[in-house]
Design a binder for this molecule. Sequence first.
Ligand code: ADP
Ligand code: MG
Length: 346
Amino acid sequence: MSFLDNLFNQWSCDMAIDLGTANTLVAIPGEGIVLNEPSVVAIDSDANRVLSVGTEAREMIGRNPGNISVEKPLADGVIADYDVTEAMLSYFIQKANRRTRFYQPKPRIVICIPCGVTSVEKRAVFEATIQAGARQAFLIEEPMAAAIGAGLPVEEPTGSMVVDIGGGTTEIAVISLGGIVTSNSLRIAGNEFDEAVARHIREVYGLNIGVRTAEDIKIAIGSAMPISTGELDMEISGRDLATNLPRSEIIQSEDVREGIRAPLQEILIAIKETFLETDPDLAGDIIRNGVLLTGGGGMMKMLDIYLTNELEVPVYASDTAFTNVVVGCVRALENPIALQRSYTQR
Ligand code: ADP
Ligand code: MG
């Protein structure tokens, strides 16, 4: 390394990015989380130009005129639209930069990817990060980042299990000695719950609602089991399927539960399969240590108790579910061994 490179390294700051299907978070070592916005981009299709990104763009969903398209450039945890992802990343990096004490034109970036993505998909995230302004990019797998962020003993010779339910994917991983031993990634998570809720409301109440309303309902009153402190209800509005006119209904937690039964069952099956693929000694560790439930989708009411009952293994909902991955990425930046294990181009 040249003298100049050395100097540059000393001065240049690092950045951690959780590039999620639903939300992107950026953190800086020593400064914490500096940005947390939806992974959404609004594009003026006439001028072929980015209009807004993140929170501002999300406000436009469902309210956009014909020439403005609102896109989620990531689907199922991977890049669905490369150019839009790159534009979004570069906007977030600039914005995060403006919020830091020391402006860093070219940071080193640790960014996460789901488990089990193809090498082409990895490469796409790597390239987009470099194109968006990183001097160096390191990719680490999301459940590993989540485990580090939640403070699990990932480097120890003991098994830890993480279940991360995001917007597009659910990541299940068994970690030991600093590596992922067994993992499963399924493209069923929060978005599927929203669609299932909308479908159920349509079938049972004859009411058409959008997925954003369905998501609001799921978060407000959804639960994986009857709520011990009392079931909830909520007034919702939509368009009557028969008359096409607006109509309101009062719905219950039970409605959401009925709706999400199938996708929830699939997640449960995937966790059970991961257990079956796990070495008995590690499985024994997990039974003792419990399973960490994280990601926004993991915050559903009563989900930890539902999974505990079904798996007969203690499942703990993390109280830092939304930030574990980005915090884990920051810690990885400070850990040369973790960086060495990451996917990068040297
Ligand atoms: P990603 O990592 O894919 O960007 P997040 O971890 O940010 O996803 O989680 C986003 C998902 O979590 C969305 O589907 C959202 O609806 C869901 N979510 C957020 N809060 C709750 C909650 N309290 N109950 C159920 N689902 C929730
Ligand atoms: Mg995530």
